[in-house]
Ligand binder design. Structure first.
Ligand code: PLP
Length: 382
C-alpha cells in the first residue's frame, strides 16, 4: 500500500480535508472581482494595504509588511538588520529548515542551540552558551504549541547587544505575559501557507514590528529595494517577495473568524492535555497545560514507542505527523555548520519521540475524544 492510499483511507486525516470549504464561493468572487477590476492590480495594491492595516490595528504594531512567505519574511528581517558574511545567528537545533536556511542564504553562519526537553523550544541557557564575539542576532522560534521564552531571550539580547528576531510563523494570536506573538522581538514573522493557523489558499507571509525604520527597510527589500515612491530607483538589493491581491482580500475576509478558530484549537489542545497528563509514566508526555505563552498550531506528544503509536492510530483511521525527525545540525544541508564535538541531546531525543495529533477547528468533540481514547488505549496497554 502506498502512503497516498493509506492517507486517503484515514477517517481523521492530520490536516483537515475541507480547507476553506465554507469560503470557496467567496474566493471565486474575489478572483473575479480582482481579475475584472479596471485597475488590473494583482500584487501590492489597495487590498494588500488594507490587509496590512487590519493586522497592524489588531496587533498594535508599528508596521506589518505582507510578503511572499514566512521563509521570505525571515530573510527580509535578517537582511534589514544587515546580517551577512562573518555574522553568527543563534538558532534552535530543532525546528524547520528556514530557521537555518534564511541565515545561510545571507552568507551568515547559523549556530545551533539545544532545546528544552519538555517544551521543545530553544533553551535560553543553551543560547547564552553559544554567544561569541561574532554573534549578531538571536532567532528563536515558537514551536507546535509552546512559545519560546521571549522575556529571557529579550533580556539576553539586550545584555549582549544583539538583534532579536522572533520566528512567530506558527504563533499568530498567541500571547506571552501580555505581549502578542510577533511583537516580543524587534521583528516577528507570520506564515500564511495553507495549513498554518491563518493559512490561505496559497503562499504568503508577513513581517510585524514595533520599529518603523525596520518596517520601512523590509518594505523596500520585498520589492527590489524600491521605496514605493520612485519607481526603478533601487536603494538596496532586495528580493521579489510581493503579496497577492486576491489572497489579501481573502485573508481580510477570513480575519474576523480567526479568534474563534484559534479558541477552538486551544480548547481541543486543552482537552487532549487533560486526557494525557496522567500518561507521563506510561511513555506518553503531553505538553504543559495553560494558555499564557502558548499557541495552537499542532499538538505534539513525546512518545517512547512513537512508531508503534503512529501505527496504532493509523489502524484506527487517525492521521499523525512526525515533524523534524532530524535536528537541523544533522541535516545534510546544515551539517557543515555543526562544529565537531557539538551535541544537541534534547533535539535528538525530541526527533526520536515526537508525534503530532490532528488539531483543527473542524474536529468535533466526539472526534477529539475518539483520538484521545486511541492514545490512552495504546499507552495503558503498553
Ligand atoms: C511554516 C514555518 C516557516 C516558514 O513559513 P513558509 O510560509 O512556509 O515559508 C518558518 N518558521 C516556522 C517556525 C514555520 O513553522
Amino acid at each position: 500500500m502506498t502512503p497516498t492510499t493509506a492517507a486517503s483511507r484515514l477517517r481523521l486525516p492530520f490536516f483537515p480535508p475541507d480547507l476553506f470549504e465554507a469560503d470557496r464561493e467567496h474566493l471565486l468572487r474575489l478572483v473575479r472581482e480582482t481579475g475584472t477590476a479596471p485597475a488590473q492590480k494583482f500584487i501590492l495594491g489597495e487590498r494588500t494595504a488594507r490587509f496590512e492595516q487590519a493586522l497592524r490595528d489588531r496587533l498594535g504594531a508599528a508596521d506589518v509588511v505582507a510578503c511572499g512567505s514566512g521563509t521570505s519574511a525571515l530573510t527580509l528581517v535578517l537582511a534589514a538588520m544587515d546580517v551577512g558574511p562573518g555574522d553568527e545567528v543563534v538558532v534552535p537545533a530543532f525546528g524547520c529548515a528556514p530557521l537555518a536556511g534564511s541565515v545561510v542564504a545571507l552568507g551568515a553562519t547559523p549556530v545551533f542551540a539545544d532545546i528544552d526537553p519538555w517544551t521543545m523550544v530553544v533553551d535560553p541557557d543553551a543560547v547564552e552558551r553559544r554567544i561569541t564575539a561574532r554573534t549578531k542576532a538571536l532567532l528563536p522560534a515558537h514551536m507546535f504549541s509552546v512559545m519560546a521564552d521571549m522575556p529571557r531571550l529579550g533580556a539576553l539580547a539586550r545584555a549582549c547587544r544583539l538583534r532579536l528576531v522572533e520566528d512567530s510563523a506558527v504563533a499568530q494570536g498567541g500571547v506571552q505575559g501580555g505581549v502578542p506573538a510577533g511583537l516580543a522581538g524587534e521583528a516577528g514573522v507570520y506564515s500564511f501557507v495553507q495549513v498554518k493557523t491563518f493559512g490561505t489558499a496559497g503562499e504568503g507571509g508577513a513581517v510585524v514590528t514595533r520599529d518603523v525604520g525596520l518596517g520601512r527597510t523590509v518594505r523596500m527589500l520585498r520589492n527590489h529595494g524600491q521605496d514605493g515612491v520612485h519607481r526603478f530607483l533601487h536603494h538596496r538589493i532586495g528580493w521579489n517577495s510581493r503579496f497577492d491581491e486576491v489572497l489579501a482580500a481573502f485573508q481580510l475576509h477570513r480575519l474576523p473568524g480567526l479568534p474563534e478558530r484559534l479558541e477552538r484549537r486551544a480548547r481541543i489542545a486543552e482537552r487532549y492535555t487533560e486526557r494525557f497528563t496522567d500518561l507521563a509514566d506510561r511513555g506518553v508526555l503531553a505538553p504543559p497545560p495553560g494558555r499564557d505563552g502558548r499557541c495552537f498550531y499542532v499538538y505534539t506528544l513525546q512518545v517512547e514507542r512513537r512508531d508503534a503509536l503512529q501505527a496504532h492510530l493509523a489502524e484506527r483511521g487517525i492521521g499523525s505527523h512526525v515533524y523534524y525527525p532530524l535536528p537541523l545540525p544533522r541535516q545534510p544541508a546544515f551539517s557543515r555548520y555543526a562544529a565537531p564535538g557539538d551535541a544537541w541531546h534534547a533535539a535528538e531525543r525530541a526527533g526520536e519521540r515526537i508525534l503530532s495529533l490532528p488539531l483543527y477547528p473542524q474536529l468535533s468533540d466526539a472526534q477529539v475524544e475518539y483520538i484521545a481514547d486511541a492514545v490512552r488505549e495504546f499507552a495503558l496497554a503498553g
